[in-house]
Design a protein around this ligand. Structure first.
Ligand code: OOG
Ligand code: MG
Length: 255
Protein backbone atom coordinates (compact mmCIF):
# COMPACT_ATOMS: atom_id res chain seq x y z
CA UNK A 1 0.00 0.00 0.00
CA UNK A 2 1.34 3.44 -0.86
CA UNK A 3 -0.75 5.00 1.92
CA UNK A 4 -1.41 3.54 5.37
CA UNK A 5 -4.91 2.40 6.32
CA UNK A 6 -5.18 5.38 8.67
CA UNK A 7 -4.27 7.78 5.84
CA UNK A 8 -6.87 6.25 3.52
CA UNK A 9 -9.48 6.42 6.31
CA UNK A 10 -8.66 10.12 6.78
CA UNK A 11 -8.99 10.76 3.03
CA UNK A 12 -12.41 9.07 2.87
CA UNK A 13 -13.60 10.81 6.02
CA UNK A 14 -12.55 14.20 4.64
CA UNK A 15 -14.28 13.49 1.31
CA UNK A 16 -17.52 12.70 3.18
CA UNK A 17 -17.21 15.68 5.51
CA UNK A 18 -16.39 18.13 2.73
CA UNK A 19 -18.67 16.37 0.20
CA UNK A 20 -15.96 16.30 -2.43
CA UNK A 21 -15.51 13.33 -4.77
CA UNK A 22 -12.15 11.58 -4.86
CA UNK A 23 -10.45 9.05 -7.18
CA UNK A 24 -10.94 5.38 -6.43
CA UNK A 25 -8.25 4.19 -4.04
CA UNK A 26 -8.02 0.39 -4.04
CA UNK A 27 -6.36 0.23 -7.48
CA UNK A 28 -3.42 2.42 -6.56
CA UNK A 29 -3.25 1.44 -2.90
CA UNK A 30 -3.90 -2.28 -3.40
CA UNK A 31 -5.84 -2.92 -0.23
CA UNK A 32 -7.70 -6.16 0.35
CA UNK A 33 -11.32 -6.59 1.38
CA UNK A 34 -10.25 -7.30 4.98
CA UNK A 35 -8.14 -4.13 4.95
CA UNK A 36 -11.10 -2.23 3.49
CA UNK A 37 -13.19 -3.16 6.55
CA UNK A 38 -10.34 -1.94 8.81
CA UNK A 39 -10.29 1.34 6.87
CA UNK A 40 -14.09 1.66 7.24
CA UNK A 41 -13.79 1.17 11.04
CA UNK A 42 -11.00 3.77 11.25
CA UNK A 43 -12.92 6.29 9.20
CA UNK A 44 -16.06 5.85 11.33
CA UNK A 45 -13.89 6.19 14.47
CA UNK A 46 -13.03 9.68 13.27
CA UNK A 47 -16.76 10.52 13.22
CA UNK A 48 -17.18 9.05 16.69
CA UNK A 49 -14.30 11.23 17.88
CA UNK A 50 -16.30 14.21 16.58
CA UNK A 51 -19.31 13.12 18.67
CA UNK A 52 -21.33 10.94 16.30
CA UNK A 53 -22.92 7.81 17.74
CA UNK A 54 -23.43 4.46 15.99
CA UNK A 55 -27.18 3.86 15.54
CA UNK A 56 -27.03 0.60 13.60
CA UNK A 57 -25.75 -1.32 10.62
CA UNK A 58 -26.69 -1.80 6.98
CA UNK A 59 -26.23 -4.46 4.39
CA UNK A 60 -25.61 -3.73 0.73
CA UNK A 61 -25.94 -5.74 -2.47
CA UNK A 62 -28.53 -8.13 -1.09
CA UNK A 63 -30.67 -7.90 -4.25
CA UNK A 64 -29.93 -8.66 -7.90
CA UNK A 65 -31.17 -5.21 -8.90
CA UNK A 66 -28.50 -3.52 -6.77
CA UNK A 67 -25.71 -5.91 -7.75
CA UNK A 68 -26.42 -5.39 -11.42
CA UNK A 69 -26.73 -1.61 -11.12
CA UNK A 70 -23.36 -1.25 -9.40
CA UNK A 71 -21.45 -4.25 -10.81
CA UNK A 72 -20.59 -5.56 -7.34
CA UNK A 73 -21.79 -9.06 -6.53
CA UNK A 74 -20.93 -9.63 -2.90
CA UNK A 75 -22.86 -8.73 0.24
CA UNK A 76 -21.22 -5.85 2.10
CA UNK A 77 -21.97 -4.12 5.42
CA UNK A 78 -21.52 -0.67 6.86
CA UNK A 79 -22.22 1.45 9.90
CA UNK A 80 -25.01 3.99 10.47
CA UNK A 81 -24.63 7.00 12.77
CA UNK A 82 -27.02 9.48 14.34
CA UNK A 83 -25.78 12.22 12.00
CA UNK A 84 -27.25 10.24 9.07
CA UNK A 85 -30.79 10.09 10.50
CA UNK A 86 -33.50 12.27 8.93
CA UNK A 87 -37.07 12.32 10.29
CA UNK A 88 -39.81 10.83 8.15
CA UNK A 89 -41.15 13.70 6.03
CA UNK A 90 -37.97 15.69 6.65
CA UNK A 91 -35.59 17.48 4.33
CA UNK A 92 -32.04 16.94 3.24
CA UNK A 93 -29.75 19.72 2.15
CA UNK A 94 -28.26 18.67 -1.19
CA UNK A 95 -25.22 20.87 -0.52
CA UNK A 96 -24.14 18.34 2.11
CA UNK A 97 -23.94 15.57 -0.53
CA UNK A 98 -21.87 14.88 -3.65
CA UNK A 99 -24.22 12.97 -6.02
CA UNK A 100 -26.90 11.44 -3.78
CA UNK A 101 -29.09 8.54 -4.77
CA UNK A 102 -32.10 7.18 -2.90
CA UNK A 103 -33.39 3.63 -2.53
CA UNK A 104 -36.31 2.05 -0.67
CA UNK A 105 -35.34 -0.29 2.15
CA UNK A 106 -36.83 -2.39 4.94
CA UNK A 107 -35.54 -1.47 8.43
CA UNK A 108 -35.56 -3.53 11.63
CA UNK A 109 -35.26 -2.59 15.28
CA UNK A 110 -33.20 -4.75 17.63
CA UNK A 111 -34.92 -5.42 20.97
CA UNK A 112 -32.24 -7.62 22.57
CA UNK A 113 -28.47 -7.63 22.03
CA UNK A 114 -27.52 -9.86 19.11
CA UNK A 115 -24.36 -11.58 20.31
CA UNK A 116 -24.58 -14.78 18.26
CA UNK A 117 -25.71 -16.08 14.88
CA UNK A 118 -29.47 -15.92 14.42
CA UNK A 119 -31.51 -18.43 12.45
CA UNK A 120 -34.87 -17.93 10.76
CA UNK A 121 -36.56 -19.64 13.71
CA UNK A 122 -35.15 -17.41 16.48
CA UNK A 123 -34.95 -13.96 14.86
CA UNK A 124 -38.01 -12.90 16.89
CA UNK A 125 -36.02 -13.29 20.13
CA UNK A 126 -33.83 -10.34 19.20
CA UNK A 127 -35.78 -8.29 16.64
CA UNK A 128 -39.36 -7.23 17.13
CA UNK A 129 -40.10 -4.27 14.83
CA UNK A 130 -39.91 -3.50 11.13
CA UNK A 131 -40.50 -0.37 9.08
CA UNK A 132 -40.33 0.97 5.57
CA UNK A 133 -37.27 3.18 5.06
CA UNK A 134 -35.35 5.26 2.54
CA UNK A 135 -31.60 5.14 2.33
CA UNK A 136 -29.61 7.96 0.73
CA UNK A 137 -26.31 6.68 -0.59
CA UNK A 138 -23.58 9.02 -1.78
CA UNK A 139 -20.37 7.40 -2.93
CA UNK A 140 -17.33 9.47 -2.14
CA UNK A 141 -15.80 8.24 -5.43
CA UNK A 142 -16.06 10.14 -8.70
CA UNK A 143 -18.95 9.11 -10.95
CA UNK A 144 -20.27 6.75 -8.23
CA UNK A 145 -17.85 4.09 -9.55
CA UNK A 146 -15.99 1.71 -7.27
CA UNK A 147 -14.60 -1.76 -6.70
CA UNK A 148 -15.75 -4.00 -3.86
CA UNK A 149 -12.84 -2.96 -1.61
CA UNK A 150 -13.37 0.72 -2.45
CA UNK A 151 -17.06 0.76 -1.52
CA UNK A 152 -16.45 -1.14 1.72
CA UNK A 153 -13.71 1.30 2.78
CA UNK A 154 -16.17 4.11 1.99
CA UNK A 155 -18.67 2.70 4.54
CA UNK A 156 -20.79 1.30 1.70
CA UNK A 157 -21.75 4.79 0.45
CA UNK A 158 -23.92 5.35 3.57
CA UNK A 159 -24.93 8.94 3.97
CA UNK A 160 -28.51 9.32 5.28
CA UNK A 161 -31.57 7.29 6.18
CA UNK A 162 -35.26 7.89 6.94
CA UNK A 163 -37.28 5.35 8.94
CA UNK A 164 -41.08 5.08 8.70
CA UNK A 165 -43.46 4.09 11.45
CA UNK A 166 -42.42 0.93 13.33
CA UNK A 167 -44.69 -2.14 13.07
CA UNK A 168 -44.56 -5.48 14.84
CA UNK A 169 -42.40 -7.95 12.93
CA UNK A 170 -44.62 -10.46 11.12
CA UNK A 171 -44.41 -13.08 8.40
CA UNK A 172 -45.52 -10.70 5.67
CA UNK A 173 -42.05 -9.14 5.77
CA UNK A 174 -40.94 -11.63 3.10
CA UNK A 175 -43.31 -10.30 0.44
CA UNK A 176 -44.02 -6.60 0.89
CA UNK A 177 -44.91 -4.73 -2.29
CA UNK A 178 -43.17 -1.38 -2.46
CA UNK A 179 -42.92 1.57 -4.79
CA UNK A 180 -40.86 4.73 -4.84
CA UNK A 181 -42.14 7.87 -6.51
CA UNK A 182 -40.08 10.99 -7.19
CA UNK A 183 -42.07 14.11 -8.08
CA UNK A 184 -45.24 12.17 -8.98
CA UNK A 185 -43.40 9.92 -11.44
CA UNK A 186 -43.52 6.34 -10.34
CA UNK A 187 -39.92 5.37 -10.46
CA UNK A 188 -39.36 1.92 -9.06
CA UNK A 189 -41.66 -0.88 -8.04
CA UNK A 190 -40.48 -3.93 -6.18
CA UNK A 191 -41.08 -6.50 -3.51
CA UNK A 192 -39.14 -7.28 -0.34
CA UNK A 193 -38.68 -10.86 -1.58
CA UNK A 194 -35.97 -9.46 -3.90
CA UNK A 195 -33.80 -9.08 -0.77
CA UNK A 196 -32.20 -12.54 -0.48
CA UNK A 197 -35.62 -14.16 -0.86
CA UNK A 198 -36.76 -12.35 2.30
CA UNK A 199 -35.24 -9.55 4.41
CA UNK A 200 -35.23 -12.11 7.23
CA UNK A 201 -32.35 -13.81 5.42
CA UNK A 202 -30.52 -10.47 5.49
CA UNK A 203 -30.93 -10.44 9.28
CA UNK A 204 -29.47 -13.94 9.55
CA UNK A 205 -26.63 -12.79 7.30
CA UNK A 206 -25.83 -9.69 9.37
CA UNK A 207 -25.86 -11.73 12.59
CA UNK A 208 -23.34 -14.12 11.03
CA UNK A 209 -21.13 -11.25 9.90
CA UNK A 210 -21.17 -9.69 13.36
CA UNK A 211 -20.49 -13.02 15.09
CA UNK A 212 -17.54 -13.58 12.74
CA UNK A 213 -16.22 -10.13 13.64
CA UNK A 214 -16.87 -10.72 17.37
CA UNK A 215 -19.17 -7.69 17.43
CA UNK A 216 -22.45 -7.38 19.32
CA UNK A 217 -25.41 -5.54 17.80
CA UNK A 218 -26.94 -3.76 20.79
CA UNK A 219 -30.61 -3.48 21.68
CA UNK A 220 -32.00 -0.31 20.09
CA UNK A 221 -29.88 -0.63 16.95
CA UNK A 222 -31.42 -0.14 13.50
CA UNK A 223 -30.66 -2.64 10.73
CA UNK A 224 -31.15 -1.93 7.04
CA UNK A 225 -31.53 -5.08 4.96
CA UNK A 226 -30.36 -3.57 1.64
CA UNK A 227 -32.39 -2.16 -1.23
CA UNK A 228 -34.82 -4.34 -3.15
CA UNK A 229 -34.55 -2.13 -6.24
CA UNK A 230 -31.94 -0.05 -8.04
CA UNK A 231 -31.19 3.40 -6.59
CA UNK A 232 -32.22 6.70 -8.23
CA UNK A 233 -30.32 9.99 -8.40
CA UNK A 234 -31.99 12.89 -6.56
CA UNK A 235 -31.70 16.64 -7.04
CA UNK A 236 -32.69 19.88 -5.28
CA UNK A 237 -36.46 20.32 -5.30
CA UNK A 238 -37.21 16.59 -5.50
CA UNK A 239 -39.96 15.10 -3.37
CA UNK A 240 -39.46 11.39 -2.69
CA UNK A 241 -42.26 9.17 -1.47
CA UNK A 242 -42.01 5.43 -0.89
CA UNK A 243 -45.04 3.28 -0.12
CA UNK A 244 -44.73 -0.10 1.55
CA UNK A 245 -47.73 -2.40 1.59
CA UNK A 246 -48.83 -2.71 5.22
CA UNK A 247 -46.07 -0.42 6.53
CA UNK A 248 -47.22 2.98 5.28
CA UNK A 249 -45.30 5.76 3.62
CA UNK A 250 -41.83 7.23 4.01
CA UNK A 251 -41.00 10.59 2.50
CA UNK A 252 -38.13 12.98 2.10
CA UNK A 253 -37.64 16.27 0.29
CA UNK A 254 -34.43 17.58 -1.18
CA UNK A 255 -33.54 21.23 -0.67
C1 OOG B 1 -23.36 0.76 -2.14
C2 OOG B 1 -24.40 0.57 -1.10
C3 OOG B 1 -25.36 -0.56 -1.39
C4 OOG B 1 -27.71 -1.43 -0.85
O1 OOG B 1 -28.78 -1.23 -0.27
O2 OOG B 1 -27.54 -2.37 -1.63
C5 OOG B 1 -26.60 -0.48 -0.58
C6 OOG B 1 -23.85 1.58 -3.30
O3 OOG B 1 -24.72 1.15 -4.07
O4 OOG B 1 -23.29 2.69 -3.48
O5 OOG B 1 -26.77 0.37 0.25
MG1 MG C 1 -28.87 0.58 0.79
Amino acid sequence: MTQSKAEIAATLDAAAKEHTAIQQLALQDHFSLAEAYDIQAMSIDRRIDRGEVITGYKLGFTSKAKMEQMGVHEIIWGRLTDAMAIDNGGQMNSEQFIHPRVEPEIAFLVKRDIDRELSLSNIGDCIDKMAGALEVIDSRYMDFKFSLADVVADNCSSSAYVIGEWHELNDRVGSIDLEMVINQDQLVVGNSSAILGSPLNALVEISKIMARNKMVIPAGAILLAGAATAASYIHPGDQIRARFDGLGEVSLSVE
